[in-house]
Design a protein around this ligand. Structure first.
Ligand SMILES: [Zn+2]
Ligand SMILES: [Zn+2]
Ligand SMILES: [Zn+2]
Length: 480
């Protein structure tokens, strides 16, 4: 053999080696040709091969044959191969066939009208008497026979202005079939979307109707919306479009991400960033509002920083209950923790002869106190707040580059978007009753929201924003 030779094999011998027939083919050829001499030297079969019983469920594997493939090292088991071809109780593919047949049956099943018609009208009227008006109208809408049995009464009742809610309930069920329209809850009508697919959030002052609605002309009409910051709102129509896109198809609405925005307040240093997230069918919102804050602000300076001069509401995002409770006091307490700017000795000497050594090394990391540090939850709506101080670079200030920034983060649950009257949506606007500590339990909205991006909220105490539960609104004295 070539490989046994000690010296380097010549080219011709290597070529011969490469072209020589494979061992495996050799063996196969030997086996196929019946050679009595080889038959004699075959080793005697192991006792397992015959005579001994196989264990129940064990697979028979002949041990006296070497089925190992020389190239891959795989052992070919003919028994396994045969068993593999059999059907082994897995009905996956069969299930599909069965489901398909069921769906087909559903489509081809005989009409049920004769069965419905065979029941007396009185029975259908009795059934209808247990249902709400919108349900009866839907039942009458489902088939001709039922429309005749129940009469036009339910639909005529939906026309009455006092039944607007029921009318909206009935119309909402047709949502899937009207991608180019949007249900207006004020009119109880589907209006045609005038900016189909191009709907974009704009500041409140920009006239941005998504449909032509006659209600807009009514005096004092305010479309359903939630205040985000001064001059910025989240109209309900956008929430409606987001849920339609998720429930039905992208053509029915807009993507959730298109709601996310980042903007700067034109009258102050506040910047805002909104993000949204759908959790268990509810729309969760986070608004992060931040502004540079100077140290040692007098009360007037604090107000100047926190309140919009236009309507004396906070610059940052908050729910309708911000006047009651501690929200503003928490912000003012956090502002009081801002240390003075770091000043070198020469800088200090420029201002006067006195030198404060503490000002040379100011700790930039501020720890808030037990009053302003904890997360707060509004007891009257599903909203949570966190006030923080962070060090940030002010690129516009040539003297003091690094300053403290006050950050107010607000998380709100805006409900399931089914109507602008859900308890979450209404309570965030300050309408209706909502007991957030009873309704939401221990799981915080902030925790759920941050967990989606893999951020674990540090173990925070969740306190009530209004621990004394005093509700005075504008009449109270603490809010300003
Ligand atoms: Zn309308
Ligand atoms: Zn504090
Ligand atoms: Zn609230």
């Amino acid at each position: 053999m070539a490989e046994l030779q000690p010296r380097k094999p010549s080219f011709s011998s290597r070529l011969a080696h490469a072209l020589r027939p494979k061992k495996s083919t050799n063996r196969l050829r030997k086996k196929s040709a019946v050679d009595p001499s080889i038959k004699e030297i075959t080793p005697p079969p192991t006792p397992n091969a015959y005579g001994k019983r196989l264990q129940h469920g064990a697979i028979y594997r002949p041990t006296n044959q070497d089925n190992t493939d020389e190239q891959t090292g795989e052992r070919r088991d003919d028994t396994d191969l045969l068993h593999g071809l059999a059907h082994h109780e897995s009905d996956d593919s069969l299930d599909e066939v069965v489901n398909l047949t069921r769906a087909d049956l559903e489509a081809w099943r005989p009409p049920g009208e004769p069965i419905i018609a065979s029941l007396p009208s009185a029975l259908w009227e009795l059934i209808a008497s247990y249902l709400s008006l919108s349900d009866v109208a839907s039942l009458a809408f489902s088939s001709k026979v039922l429309a005749v049995r129940l009469g036009p009464g339910p639909w005529m009742a939906l026309e009455q202005p006092e039944n607007l809610n029921e009318r909206n309930n009935f119309l909402h069920r047709l949502d899937q079939h009207l991608p180019a329209h949007l249900l207006c809850f004020d009119c109880g009508t589907y209006h045609l979307r005038t900016q189909l697919g191009q709907e974009k959030l704009r500041p409140t002052l920009v006239f941005n109707p998504l449909y032509n609605c006659p209600s807009v002309a009514k005096a004092g009409y305010v479309p359903p919306r939630i205040r985000l910051t001064p001059g910025n709102t989240l109209p309900y129509t956008f929430v409606q479009l987001v849920f339609r896109a998720i429930k039905h198809s992208p053509n029915h609405g807009i993507a959730l991400a298109s709601l996310c925005r980042r903007w700067k307040d034109p009258d102050s240093e506040w910047t805002h960033q909104t993000r949204y997230y759908i959790y268990k069918g509810h729309l969760l919102m986070r608004v992060v509002s931040q502004s540079f804050a100077a140290p040692k602000l007098p009360p007037s300076g604090e107000r100047h920083l926190l309140y919009s001069r236009e309507d004396y509401t906070p610059y940052f995002s908050c729910c309708a209950h911000w006047r009651d409770g501690e929200l503003m006091n928490i912000c003012k307490c956090a502002l009081a923790h801002i240390p003075e700017h770091r000043q070198g000795i020469t800088q200090q000497l420029k201002q006067g002869p006195q030198i404060q050594m503490a000002l040379r090394n100011v700790n930039p990391i501020v720890t808030l106190c037990s009053f302003c540090r904890p997360m707060r939850r509004c007891p009257d709506c599903p909203t949570e707040y966190l006030v923080e101080l962070k060090l940030a670079e002010d690129k516009l200030d040539p003297v003091v580059k690094f300053k403290q920034v006050i950050t107010v983060t607000r998380w709100s649950d805006l409900g399931d978007g089914s109507s602008p009257y859900t308890s979450e949506w209404s309570s965030v606007k300050g309408e209706g009753e909502y007991h957030s500590f009873n309704m939401m339990g221990k799981r915080a909205i902030s925790g759920i929201f941050e967990a989606q991006s893999g951020v674990t909220m540090p173990g925070q105490r969740l306190l009530s924003l209004n621990p004394k539960n005093v509700k005075q609104g504008e009449e109270g004295h603490d809010w300003y």
